[in-house]
Design a protein around this ligand. Structure first.
Ligand SMILES: Cc1ncc(COP(=O)(O)O)c(C=O)c1O
Length: 461
């Protein structure tokens, strides 16, 4: 990777063709979305950058996609367009937008109370099921995956009496002050565009590259790190980055030897299987976190912990509030939805369907890449597929920086969206839901072939 331009053209793509296609697709989008544009102008007067979350402003479409309704694995916008949704809210809508089992559970529960601050049999069912699937015996509820990670880190600090944490470079674990950091040749610095916010990450956060066991050993050797917070497979670093053989065993070993706790963040890796990567790989973390799709669209997160962590943190959690919790966490609406997800949706059949479609999607994209001799690779984790502009899967996310291909991703996103397909707006990744149809995947494959033909000048084999 030679360029330091995020918008540098990826290898194999004709820059003039890319610029022309991007201009054309932007114009097409603007012309097709007059109502969304008018709403955007209205929103500018009451929302930061005219979007409900500031980052939507950075997504590829020049006028934000303005969704009136979502159903199945489809979105319907204010200007009357229909889209196949492969973005699925970045895993938050992994099961589709109106899975019948989840809709039925929510409809029933909403008439019986949404928030009570008391216990219900559903809580017990859900925590027993989480224990059965993922391992840790004790579980707590939050409103989001960000909060699950925040509380897991807090519990790890209580249990160890240490304050520092360790994460892998370019990982994302939600909106947490202590993980908004990256590793540079000058050491750990705040993530670009993030203010220190009272937490000096240069002091609180150690970062090493994924798969770098030597660096991990050195960083943990002083015995001052409360926990390693890790995705089991990196999904947020610009590609699907897999652990090398033996990595997880070594990670577990070094954390144990140095009295460091291990937190596995399964938030994005649920598409790997009904027990996430924890079950697929046979992991044995001290704490585990997840959120997003776990309550099928009702905001929720969960964190699990070992009996040892529970005991070590109990001095804090038995009295006072320990800094954990939210009145909105563990409401019966969210927990009923979780019961439906765990009991009726996260089944072997669901995963078999997602896997079959992801296989097809992967084959289509790989065939086009091969036909045009593009030095890119396709990454896959169960129902999740993405491609990146390096010939081989990277060993760590640092290899993908400085980034290239931003304008290529924008162009592809717009090309697809103008033709009725929505991909993840940040990464271009695709997720298969139980409500995604084979015909949707087929359509993506044909459009991807057309787009790449146009961008390479049709020089494929
Ligand atoms: C791995 C991982 N953990 C945690 C989070 C935080 O999720 P949320 O934004 O829903 O709190 C994300 C969000 O993308 C994530 O990718």
């Amino acid at each position: 990777m030679t360029s330091d331009q995020p918008n540098a053209v990826p290898p194999g793509i004709d820059p003039d063709r890319l610029a022309r296609l991007l201009d054309r697709e932007r114009l097409t989008w603007i012309e097709a979305h007059p109502k969304a544009a008018a709403l955007r102008e209205r929103a500018r007067r009451s929302q930061l950058h005219g979007t409900p979350q500031h980052w939507i402003n950075q997504f590829p479409p020049p006028v934000p996609l303005t969704v009136e309704r979502a159903a199945g694995a489809r979105l319907y916008d204010t200007d009357g367009h229909e889209y196949v949704d492969f973005g699925l809210a970045g895993t938050a809508a992994l099961w589709g937008h109106d899975h019948p089992a989840i809709v039925a559970a929510i409809r029933d529960q909403v008439g019986k109370g949404s928030v009570t601050l008391w216990s219900h049999e559903d809580h017990v069912w859900v925590t027993e099921e989480l224990h059965r699937r993922f391992g840790p015996p004790f579980w707590g509820f939050t409103v989001s995956a960000s909060d699950a990670n925040r509380f897991a880190l807090l519990l790890a600090k209580m249990a160890t009496g240490r304050q520092k944490i360790l994460m892998f470079n370019r990982a994302y674990h939600g909106s947490l002050e202590q993980t908004a950091a990256v590793l540079t040749p000058d050491g750990v610095v705040p993530q670009p565009g993030v203010e220190l916010n009272g937490v000096d990450v240069r002091e609180t956060t150690k970062i090493v590259e994924f798969n770098d066991l030597d660096a991990l050993e050195k960083a943990l050797a002083p015995g001052d790190v409360a926990a390693v917070l890790a995705e089991p497979v990196m999904t947020n670093g610009g590609a699907v980055i897999r652990p090398e053989p033996g990595f997880h065993a070594a990670l577990r070993d070094v954390t144990r030897r140095t009295g460091t706790l291990l937190i596995i963040d399964e938030t994005q890796t649920i598409p790997a299987g009904p027990g996430g990567c924890t079950r697929e790989f046979g992991l044995n973390p001290d704490l585990i976190t997840m959120g997003k799709c776990i309550a099928g669209g009702v905001p929720a997160g969960v964190y699990g912990m070992s009996a040892e962590v529970a005991a070590a943190a109990s001095a804090y959690t038995k009295s006072g509030d320990g800094g954990l919790g939210s009145t909105m966490a563990s409401g019966p609406l969210a927990v009923r939805a979780m019961r439906a997800v765990l009991g009726e949706v996260m089944t072997e059949e669901t995963y078999a369907h997602m896997d079959r479609l992801a296989d097809r999607y992967e084959r289509d994209v790989s065939a086009v890449i091969a036909r045009h001799d593009l030095p890119w690779h396709v990454g896959r984790l169960g129902g999740r597929v993405s491609f990146a502009f390096t010939p081989d899967p990277p060993r760590d996310a640092g290899e993908l920086y400085p980034r290239v291909g931003g304008s290529m991703r924008d162009a592809l996103w717009l090309y697809m969206a103008n033709r009725g397909i929505v991909l993840n707006a940040m990464s271009g990744a695709a997720l298969m839901s139980p409500l995604t149809a084979e015909a949707d995947v087929e359509r993506h494959g044909a459009l991807f072939a057309d787009a790449i033909n146009e961008l390479t000048g049709g020089k494929g084999r």
